[in-house]
Each structure stands twice: as C-alpha cells, then as structure tokens.
Design a protein around this ligand. Sequence first.
Ligand SMILES: [Zn+2]
Length: 116
Amino acid sequence: MSNDFGEIGELLNRQYVLMPVRWRRGEPRLGMRFPPVGPTHVVAAGACPLCPERLGNGQAVVQLAAGPVDDESARLDAQGETYTAAAYLAHELCAQRFSESEIELTLKGLPPLVRQ
Ligand SMILES: [Zn+2]
C-alpha cells in the first residue's frame, strides 16, 4: 500500500493538513494527538476542518481519519477492512466538541482527499 503523503503531512487543497493513518470505518476516528502547535510550526498555517481558526493557534491537534485516498483503499473500506486513510489534522478541542455524525458531515463537505 503506497500513498503520496509525507511523514509530517503536507498542505493540500485549501491548506488542510493531511496525514496517512491506518483506519477501519467504525473504529474511533481520532488518531494520534500532538502537542499544541505554535505560530512557527510547519503546519501552523493549516486550517482546522472544524473551525475557522488556523492550526497554529496554540491548541493541541489530533488526527481525524476521513476516508480512502485511492481505489485500493476504497476497495478495502467497502469490504470493512483496515486501510490507509487520509486524516485531517484538527484541533483536539474542536474534535471533542462535535458528535461523530457532525464530524462525518463536515468531512464529506471538504475537498477530495486524493492528490490533484
Ligand atoms: Zn478547530
């Protein structure tokens, strides 16, 4: 399984920060937690998918698994298997503030996860 995402994530589309995670639908969406992101961090300018603020506003961030990044991961997802998913970086407090269904709807409205 290969993908194009870097180790620390890259700025794509509307400058959301995406990272690869191993995920299976139905499992907790929140992945690795990272310490508060300061204004000089490499992902500071990235946008939180759940609020209007930038990631670098001094809050802790978490990975938020979103969905398949390619045909192979989509096939595994459809079969209910674990696959490599794209995860948005989001503020931890934002991720805790919304329900799973609210997060699902929000992520569905974001730009495609695959590289242009
Ligand atoms: Zn936020």
